[in-house]
Design a protein. Sequence first.
Length: 202
Amino acid sequence: MLIIGIAGGTGCGKTTVVNQIVNELHHEEVVVISQDSYYKDLSHLSYEERSKINFDHPKAIDFDLLAEHLSQLKEGKTIAQPVYSFVKHNRTSDTLVTHPRKVMIVEGILILTHPDIRNLFDIKIFVHADSDERLIRRLKRDIHERGRDLDEVLDRYQTTLKPMHDQFIEPTKEFADIIIPNNRYNTVAVDIVRTIINENLT
Ligand SMILES: Nc1ncnc2c1ncn2[C@@H]1O[C@H](COP(=O)(O)OP(=O)(O)O)[C@@H](O)[C@H]1O
Ligand SMILES: Nc1ccn([C@@H]2O[C@H](COP(=O)(O)O)[C@@H](O)[C@H]2O)c(=O)n1
């Protein structure tokens, strides 16, 4: 089994890079685990209270459950991966039955901040895009796909996103084995990661 961790600030292109890697693989060979699925259950809070949460701080993530699930997958066990709603700012009541695969890709802004989880990865990747590029992408995505408006995204960017990125996310670049520059689509880097995976699959 090969476990790959892919980190990087919001909007850097983690999900896009993961999709580019996975598209070339058979679905029985690979499983993708998103850190976003492991935002803590906030059902005890109202929608207004949930919308004020700092979702870019490591405390927002249920790292215990993520670590437990990754260990179980590593042992060959099937897990029930939580399903998250960005519109509701909460986990849904659904879970996704997730089977262990030869290649496991774990992606998320904060996954390299947690030492136990970091140590599970065979390869650590950090996707880099400049902050202005990430903000533009984030604005477009959150307005089109996550039910947000301009003021919400800009306010969140100034109050939590940027300070948390500088404090927690950017420093984890030093743990990366590979840094993928992604201001533009980087097919060369994606091909290199695919080659490494294919070598492990044969
Ligand atoms: N290299 C790129 N150039 C331009 N747009 C990109 C690039 N990579 C991703 N995007 C776009 O930016 C947005 C955020 O990308 P995404 O992969 O969701 O980032 P992340 O998972 O890191 O938050 C998406 O709309 C995606 O299509
Ligand atoms: N309810 C939520 C939960 C998280 N976010 C933001 O998502 C970002 C992480 O996801 P990416 O796909 O962009 O890596 C993070 O920056 C949180 O601010 C949110 O907006 N609402």
